[in-house]
Design a protein around this ligand. Structure first.
Ligand SMILES: C[S@@+](CC[C@H](N)C(=O)[O-])C[C@H]1O[C@@H](n2cnc3c(N)ncnc32)[C@H](O)[C@@H]1O
Ligand code: SF4
Ligand code: SF4
Length: 499
């Protein structure tokens, strides 16, 4: 392998280059018709965001090249200006997703969503029948919610289900999975429950015991590949910065008062859109993160389990009162997971290896002007063939329809390029977006691109982590590949469209 370049450094460069605002979560009201026991909003202020404030936020996000927004609440569909807000953002070209409890879906809303598709509408499923639902939400809307999910689905709107697993509902998780299978809508769950976001040093009473979580994880077919992949990538992880995520830079959370926050778990009333721009707030977040360093004896500083334990200083602060002090729960869960998943087998075919190498070498030569030779491939493939570490990556890849996350080089080095293939049958705006980009390229570069793919990275800065596509890659007729940052294209292209 050519030793002139250091893959860790390349990885770091890619990581840094991706730190631009891609995603904003906007809490358009905290009013809600449910009273879920687990809700991080705690006692609500019963406020609605005004349309003027919303537009001010959207206009700034647009100018910053932000690609996607998530409208949340409270229950966002209760906002009397929801329709105006949604359409305003859609017409500006944003990928718009909605978080909802699914209880209110008027014909008018449905018509609008049919005509202007959301990227996704994610509905929380809080039970499997009327009784379980009522126990969790104190609402009798179960049947209505299921009916609304079916209405969305039958109108080809990209609807997904999710839930948070707490002490109160984990016993009927299987039944919720069955329900989602029956209505044929994708369902995901998360076992991270954090205390109310206004709390300081609050004990977390709702979260499940790690021993119960591991029982749930073990039943999930995808988890073996997922955790194997993480475990093999455990490296000496001596970190200096307490914050390792992209919160406050690649993603932000705007609360109902216009407060600009790093994420939902870090609400601190420090910056408000009425007196500081989003751009400046992001600079402040960056400075804050750059300056918040571990102390020598902090337990997490050199711990290599950060990718397993769901490490999150913001949540730690909610529970222990300090960013750099972790609750034992996280370490306990990480140890249980490692104990459970630390063995696997290898089965790599030549064609898979070739495909992987193609992607890596393509990116490296393109981004860093590095020549990669056939000999490089030979050395690399010999290395990885003996290396058990790749099997899980492929599994993961297959299960998630073409995600390729980490590629190991020479055992301990890795490159973090991630490919997200948006298929033609993809619902929502991915397809439209790609079409726009292709049109733009053809128009402006005078070349014809017949085959294209998309690079993306996964935004992990909040608990509703979703994939955010950041780069578009093209294979041109001459076989060469190019990648273009979508936010740059979007600014150039949609700015002219706006007038
Ligand atoms: C606050 S809700 C707003 C949208 C809508 N009302 C709903 O329930 O889906 C957004 C998401 O946060 C989740 N959530 C609420 N409280 C939480 C907590 N303490 N920890 C983790 N997730 C939580 C909800 O289950 C929901 O999926
Ligand atoms: S429906 Fe959503 S916002 Fe309303 S109480 Fe439940 S979690 Fe909170
Ligand atoms: S929370 Fe525990 S497992 Fe996670 S990084 Fe800190 S010490 Fe390691």
């Amino acid at each position: 392998m050519n030793e002139e370049y250091d893959l860790n450094e390349i990885n770091q460069q890619i990581y840094n280059s991706e730190r631009e605002l891609n995603n904003a979560v906007i809490e358009i009201n905290d009013v809600c018709n449910f009273r879920c026991d687990h809700c991080y909003l705690g006692v609500k202020k019963n406020k609605f965001m005004s349309l003027d404030l919303f537009k001010k936020i959207i206009d700034q996000l647009y100018d910053l090249g932000c690609l996607s927004i998530l409208l949340t609440g409270g229950e966002p569909l209760l906002n009397p200006k929801f329709k105006d807000m949604y359409l305003y953002a859609k017409k500006m070209g944003f990928l718009v997703s909605i978080n909802s409890n699914g209880s209110i879906l008027t014909d008018d809303y449905l018509e609008m969503l049919k005509r202007y598709n959301p990227y996704a509408i994610e509905i929380s499923l809080y039970g499997y029948d009327e009784e379980s639902y009522k126990q969790f939400t104190h609402s009798s809307s179960y049947n209505e919610v299921i009916n609304n999910i079916n209405r969305l689905k039958s109108n080809n709107i990209n609807v997904k289900l999710k839930t948070v697993i707490t002490k109160n509902n984990y016993k009927y998780l299987d039944k919720m999975i069955k329900t989602s299978n029956k209505i044929k809508v994708p369902f995901r769950y998360d076992y991270i429950v954090f205390p109310e976001v206004i709390s300081k040093g609050h004990e977390n009473s709702k979260v499940l015991d790690p021993y119960d979580i591991i029982k749930i994880i073990k039943k999930d077919k995808r988890s073996k590949a997922y955790f194997n992949d993480k475990i093999i990538n455990l490296m000496n992880n001596d970190t200096y910065h307490v914050f390792q995520c992209l919160g406050g830079e690649q993603s932000i959370y705007i609360d109902v008062d216009g407060g600009i926050n790093m994420c939902v778990a870090l609400i601190n009333n420090q910056y408000n859109i009425n007196n500081i721009s989003i751009e400046l707030a992001i600079k402040k977040f960056r400075d804050f993160k750059n300056n918040l360093l571990f102390k020598k004896d902090d337990k997490c500083k050199s711990c290599n389990k950060k990718s397993i334990c769901r490490y999150c200083p913001a949540r730690f602060k909610l529970e222990t009162g300090a960013f750099n002090k972790c609750p034992n729960w996280y370490c306990q869960l990480a140890d249980l997971i490692i104990n459970e998943y630390d063995t696997f087998e290898c089965n790599l075919t030549e064609s898979i290896l070739k495909k992987m190498f193609e992607i890596v070498s393509d990116n490296m030569s393109k981004l860093y002007n590095t020549k990669i030779t056939d000999n490089d491939y030979k050395i690399w493939s010999n290395n990885v063939k003996d290396n058990k570490k790749l099997k899980t990556i492929i599994n993961y890849n297959e299960q998630l329809n073409g995600y390729l996350q980490y590629i190991n080089f020479n055992d301990e080095k890795k490159i973090c390029i991630c490919e997200v293939e948006i298929k033609d049958d993809h619902q929502g705006d991915g397809k439209t977006f790609k079409k726009l980009m292709v049109e733009f390229l053809n128009k402006h570069n005078g070349k014809k691109y017949d085959d294209y793919f998309v690079y993306g990275n996964i935004s992990t800065s909040n608990d509703h982590s979703r994939d955010v596509v950041t780069h578009l890659g093209f294979k041109s007729n001459d076989g060469k590949t190019y990648s273009i940052k979508i936010s740059e294209l979007r600014l150039k292209y949609l700015k002219t469209e706006k007038q």
